[in-house]
Design a protein around this ligand. Structure first.
Ligand SMILES: C[S@@+](CC[C@H](N)C(=O)[O-])C[C@H]1O[C@@H](n2cnc3c(N)ncnc32)[C@H](O)[C@@H]1O
Length: 338
């Protein structure tokens, strides 16, 4: 009987994770962690600064404090702790952007139709948004901004893992395919001062990339190129890097991208694919969660095993040469032309 109660409690805890997720987004939208950065504040003051109802805000914050996000002091006063500090935009490992994206209508509303994906194997975005995510984002600039900021936020830790792990010193020119606003490319170029880069993405994304490249101090070494990786990829670089791009697509579309990559590569160019590889190891929960996200919001995307990547590469004239682990739950798959 006790075991049954424990099991019930655990299921309830998992189920009500939704309340926590929604609360995290709500407080991130209100920048509560930012307001607490300089010290504790009463909920009345926080409500005043965010134009909120004090009692409702208190009920949300005390729930978050119960799961160790914020610390509740006496007299309805709250302070930041390690977890809530990650909700700040400027925190070293900021979760602010991803917290906002996960509950953006483009993502959240689609998850409401997981049943559609299970029945059809198709993205729930079709049923909810009326198109694939990237087409929908084109027409919804505030969601596009949240999505790209979330990718950049995610990328911050992953980019650190890639730059710490891979030796780019022999690479003069590198193309980041589907590189978003250029955080990964920027981090590589910040470390390797003579390397130049090409940031390649869709026009509406490239249009917004300059501020980040400028902030990272690499804008003068980056050529920004807008285009469609199903049509063409800029040619002649020593290395091509593609992070969290292939997991958005089914095998047919991955092969279109990889064939265009192969066409763009010189005989001794390398392709570096950064993805969460599906295996039974300790990182597999992240890969499985990311895989579900691709089921719901992408058209045929999935997380793949090492063997599935090797097969895809070989069907496009490429050979998987090395799998390099990083300290982030993603690996670098290095491929060359064969
Ligand atoms: C999941 S995001 C990954 C972004 C970035 N590489 C990162 O890891 O943060 C996928 C990227 O592919 C880009 N993309 C999608 N379709 C594209 C296309 N047809 N041509 C070029 N880029 C595309 C998106 O705009 C987005 O920046």
């Amino acid at each position: 009987m006790r075991n049954n109660t424990a099991a019930y409690d655990e299921i309830r805890h998992l189920l009500l994770g939704m309340f926590i997720s929604r609360s995290l987004t709500a407080v991130a939208e209100l920048n509560i962690a930012e307001l607490l950065h300089n010290g504790p504040q009463s909920v009345d003051m926080l409500a005043k600064e965010t134009d909120s109802d004090p009692d409702a805000l208190y009920r949300v914050l005390r729930t978050l404090a119960a799961v160790n996000v914020f610390e509740e002091l006496k007299d309805r006063t709250f302070k930041n702790n390690a977890l809530s500090d990650t909700l700040r935009i400027d925190a070293e490992h900021s979760a602010h952007a991803i917290v906002r994206w996960i509950n953006d209508p483009g993502c959240w509303a689609s998850w409401g139709r997981l049943d559609y994906s299970i029945k059809t194997g198709r993205p729930a975005t079709e049923a909810v948004l009326g198109s694939d995510l990237f087409t929908w984002l084109q027409e919804h600039p505030s969601s596009l901004k949240r999505f790209q900021e979330a990718m950049t936020g995610f990328c911050n830790i992953a980019a650190h893992g890639v730059v710490e792990t891979f030796d780019f010193s022999a690479i003069n020119k590198i193309v980041d395919i589907g590189g978003g606003h250029g955080l990964l490319l920027g981090k590589i170029l910040t470390r390797y001062h003579t390397t130049t880069g090409v940031l390649f993405d869709r026009p509406e994304v490239i249009d917004q990339a300059l501020p980040l490249l400028t902030k990272l101090g690499v804008a003068d070494r980056v050529e920004t190129v807008a285009g469609d990786f199903f049509e063409h990829i800029p040619s002649g670089a020593d290395a091509y890097i593609m992070k969290h791009v292939l997991h958005d697509w089914d095998d047919k579309h991955c092969m279109m991208i990889l064939n265009n990559c192969h066409n763009a590569m010189k005989p001794n160019s390398r392709l570096l694919v950064v993805e969460a590889v599906m295996d039974d190891g300790p990182n597999s929960l992240f890969a499985k969660q990311a895989d579900l996200e691709t089921l719901v919001i992408t058209t045929g995307g999935r997380e793949r095993t090492q063997q599935e990547f090797a097969d895809l590469f070989s069907r496009c004239g490429l050979k998987l040469q090395r799998l390099i682990k990083t300290d982030y739950p993603a690996v670098i798959l290095e491929a060359v032309a064969h």
